[in-house]
Design a protein around this ligand. Structure first.
Ligand code: SF4
Length: 404
């Protein structure tokens, strides 16, 4: 094991042990797991077609990943035809450079929750280039103030109880904030309102993209993504190339299965964005830049996804809908939350870390943390076989000369 691998392993192990002893994490996770199971069971009883639809989504994802490059090209054509601008970033560095070229410096940026954003560490990159960047998702906002990374892909601040939120908010806002969740929500809402209207750029990810129309679908409850993508004059989207599916109908099925397994039951908002705002109200002449953004920029990001698609066993990793369901069922995650993770979390996160975010060196500790119990496969709407991929990665780790 090299010195850097050793350091990564020791830091990870220390964090894992600390997390396992943290009673706040145990408490928050035990509540979250119970709530997730109850809500998902009730949602599937209320909408029983979801199980059948998940099988259709598996087929959609299978066909889409086989044609990934072709579908990305088609999605780009569709968005450009809708007067948006598109880009293809092969690496993290390319994606960050493109985002920086578009945004520049000295700008205000409001940002919606994006796992790809975490993969790229785009917020810190833009701040380092002289921009003011605000996370607008409540959980991400809390983590931005705490200088922490997400501990769950759908509920990033799942490990922070209301008392700790009150502490960090009191410090940030310079006045006492009670540990009352409604009051905590209100104070952030008030703070961000000005930022939305002062912002030069709104940034978001997308849950799924339809190649035939260029429609970008963003699922949310808080309404922050809706404001980020509609109020600032320019909307910048960073989206993984694995998110593209052939048709708008396919995209709707992917979205519905995602939100049902992500514990949304029925989301408050489903945003569908296909181009910049426009109007044809005067003489039927289409004019771009009406009430919403006048520019839409979409950066499609590869950063290791093509490599994953090129391997028969690992291709299924790209089917992941980011619903987060597997994490609630994972016995390790239930003890230590996202400390079992790097940029991506849990067993599926180990696979994504190896190929996309961090590389094999950062993935090694995660790969050996996985118990291969298979509970994630049972929960996964698209039946991703994480244990099979973990075994193959262990073989590669040994072949590469790492030890654990
Ligand atoms: S691996 Fe499956 S259960 Fe886990 S986040 Fe992805 S789609 Fe959801």
């Amino acid at each position: 094991m090299s010195a850097s691998s050793e350091a990564i392993f020791q830091k990870y192990t220390a964090e894992l042990i600390k997390a396992a002893k943290d009673e706040n994490i145990q408490l928050a996770l035990s509540r979250a797991v119970r709530s997730y199971r109850d809500n998902t069971r009730a949602a599937l009883e209320r909408y029983p077609h979801t199980v059948q639809m998940a099988e259709e989504v598996l087929e959609i994802k299978r066909r889409s990943i086989e044609r990934m490059d072709e579908l990305v090209a088609q999605a780009r054509e569709s968005i450009e035809a809708n007067h948006g601008k598109t880009y293809l970033a092969r690496t993290r560095e390319d994606a960050l450079q493109l985002a920086s070229d578009i945004i520049g410096t000295g700008k205000i940026v409001v940002k919606g929750k994006s796992i790809l954003g975490e993969e790229l560490e785009v917020r810190d990159y833009l701040i380092d280039r002289g921009n003011e960047v605000w996370e607008s998702d409540l959980g991400e906002f809390i983590l931005q103030l705490r200088h922490e990374r997400p501990m769950h892909i759908v509920s990033p601040s799942i490990h922070v109880p209301r008392e700790q939120v009150a502490e960090i908010f009191s410090e940030f806002f310079g006045r006492p904030i009670e540990p009352d969740i409604a009051k905590e929500v209100a104070v952030v809402k008030e703070f961000l309102r000005d930022k939305y209207f002062d912002a030069d750029f709104g940034m978001s990810g997308a849950n799924v993209v339809a190649a035939d129309t260029g429609a970008l679908v963003i699922i949310e409850n808080e309404g922050n993504a809706r404001i980020c993508t509609a109020v600032p004059p320019v909307h910048l989207v960073l989206v993984g190339i694995e998110k593209v599916v052939p048709t708008f109908q396919d995209a709707m099925k992917v979205a519905e299965v995602t939100w049902r397994y992500a514990n949304y039951t029925v989301p408050s908002y489903v945003n569908i964005i296909s181009g910049p705002s426009k109007t044809g109200d005067i003489e039927k002449v289409t004019t771009y830049g009406a009430h919403g953004p006048g520019e839409l920029h979409v950066i499609f990001v590869d950063n290791g996804r093509s490599r994953m698609a090129g391997e028969d066993l690992f291709r299924q990793g790209l089917y992941c809908l980011r619903c987060g369901g597997c994490m609630y069922e994972c016995p390790v995650f239930q003890q230590v939350a996202g400390y079992f993770g790097y940029r991506y979390l849990g067993g599926i996160g180990a696979i994504w870390t190896a190929f996309v975010a961090g590389g094999l060196e950062n993935a090694v500790p995660l790969i050996y943390t996985c118990l291969r119990c298979g509970r994630c496969v049972e929960r996964c709407p698209v039946s991703i076989d994480v244990p099979a991929m973990i075994i193959e990665l262990r073989k590669r780790i040994v072949a590469a000369g790492y030890s654990a």
